[in-house]
Design a protein around this ligand. Structure first.
Ligand SMILES: [Zn+2]
Length: 221
């Protein structure tokens, strides 16, 4: 099991391709989502980030970005109508994927198998943070607080649950860089680690594999 991660400067993603070119690779669900954004800046960022997201998945699957298809997989009720997106290609090859963005960066994590979901989270470190709204963070509340927060978010994204429930609990076991955790609402064991992030940001990745190798690269067109 390996997890490939790219940090994506959203300004570079937006400058990469004209609107029409990026729009052309979106599917109907993504176009509906685009139409719902009230602010042009939000729409442009979504388009740019999802264009990069599709291009990375297309590269991994050996297909054009527009050919990447998604089914849904709900971790709670197993419905194929909603839940986390599971990308696949025309030959049936299926991956796992997770996307996060904060301020000037997005991060995309891609894993080898839909049976081993991944979750990724990035947060810009903000000096004046109201931690009372973030119950999963305890104790020290500086950059370390953001690292704790991204770990919890990555875990619930991998597990497909939600932070509205109780936060993940760490078992105290470590496997290399991975820390084992239990996520309320999920029967599986999960593993999380911090990843290299841009200056001023914290980021983490989680997976169901205790021995996944992780590579982190900066996205380039
Ligand atoms: Zn469901």
């Amino acid at each position: 099991m390996s997890i490939r991660i790219w940090t994506v400067p959203t300004a570079d993603a937006a400058a990469w391709a004209p609107y029409e070119e990026a729009y052309a690779v979106m599917d109907s669900r993504e176009r509906q989502r685009l139409d719902r954004f009230g602010r042009a800046t939000d729409r442009l960022r979504y388009l740019a980030v999802h264009h990069v997201y599709r291009s990375l998945l297309g590269r991994e699957l050996g297909i054009h970005p527009a050919e990447v298809a998604f089914r849904r997989s709900c971790a709670r009720c197993e419905s194929p109508e909603h839940g986390r997106p599971v990308p696949y290609g025309p030959d049936g090859t299926t991956l796992s994927v997770s996307l996060s963005h904060s301020a000037a960066y997005a991060v995309v994590a891609i894993g080898d198998s839909p049976d081993v979901p991944v979750g990724v989270d990035i947060e810009r470190v903000r000096p004046h943070m109201d931690w009372s709204r973030i119950p999963c963070v305890q104790g020290v509340r500086t950059t370390h607080g953001f690292e704790q927060w991204t770990r919890a978010e990555a875990l619930v994204k991998a597990a497909g649950t939600g932070l509205e429930a109780d936060p993940p609990r760490y078992t105290g076991h470590a496997f290399g860089p991975w820390r084992a955790a239990l996520v309320p609402g999920s029967a599986r064991d999960w593993y999380v680690r911090s990843i290299r992030s841009p200056e001023g940001y914290a980021a983490s990745v989680a997976s169901a594999s205790a021995d996944a190798t992780v590579t982190v690269a900066q996205w380039r067109p």
